[in-house]
Design a protein around this ligand. Structure first.
Ligand code: AMP
Ligand code: ZN
Length: 135
């Protein structure tokens, strides 16, 4: 049973950092926020992948995504959000305890935000320029 790992930053996080919680998941602010209010929603159980989570855990995680969104909206009034999971090392995951990034976005925080999460592959992101691209 993979309940807790003594070497995992999320299993060992100070409980006072938790902003929201339910039976199966907790939410706290990212230590190295990409934008102000960047939060992480994680299952209580130490599992690496979203696809290892039970249906109940998946539902509990997304319940906190919605609650955290409400909180960040009230506190910071962002204009949009990126919601994402890096699932696996190849996909960029660095902490091997499943987490959903909730990243508030603010109008003008980047010059051209079009494409959002597509920018993990910068060459492929601007599909609207397809005709102009060589690759
Ligand atoms: P990923 O690269 O998707 O695995 O994301 C890991 C995230 O965890 C990054 O956004 C880090 O800034 C964040 N992070 C790492 N350690 C901590 C910590 N102790 N408390 C809060 N956030 C953390
Ligand atoms: Zn863990």
């Amino acid at each position: 049973m993979t309940m807790k790992s003594t070497t995992c930053p999320f299993c060992t996080i100070d409980e006072s950092k938790n902003v929201l919680e339910n039976d199966r998941a907790v939410a706290f602010y990212d230590n190295f926020p990409v934008t102000p209010g960047h939060a992480l929603i994680v299952p209580r159980r130490h599992i690496a992948s979203f696809f290892e989570a039970t249906k109940e855990e998946q539902a509990a995680l997304f319940e906190l995504v919605s609650e955290m969104r409400e909180r960040v909206l009230a506190e910071r009034a962002p204009d949009g959000f990126n919601i994402g999971i890096n699932d696996g090392t190849a996909a960029g995951q660095t902490v091997m305890h499943l987490h959903i990034h909730l990243i508030p976005r603010y109008a003008g925080d980047t010059e051209d935000p079009r494409g959002g999460v597509r920018w993990i592959m910068p060459v492929k992101a601007p599909y609207w320029k397809k005709g102009e691209r060589k690759t």
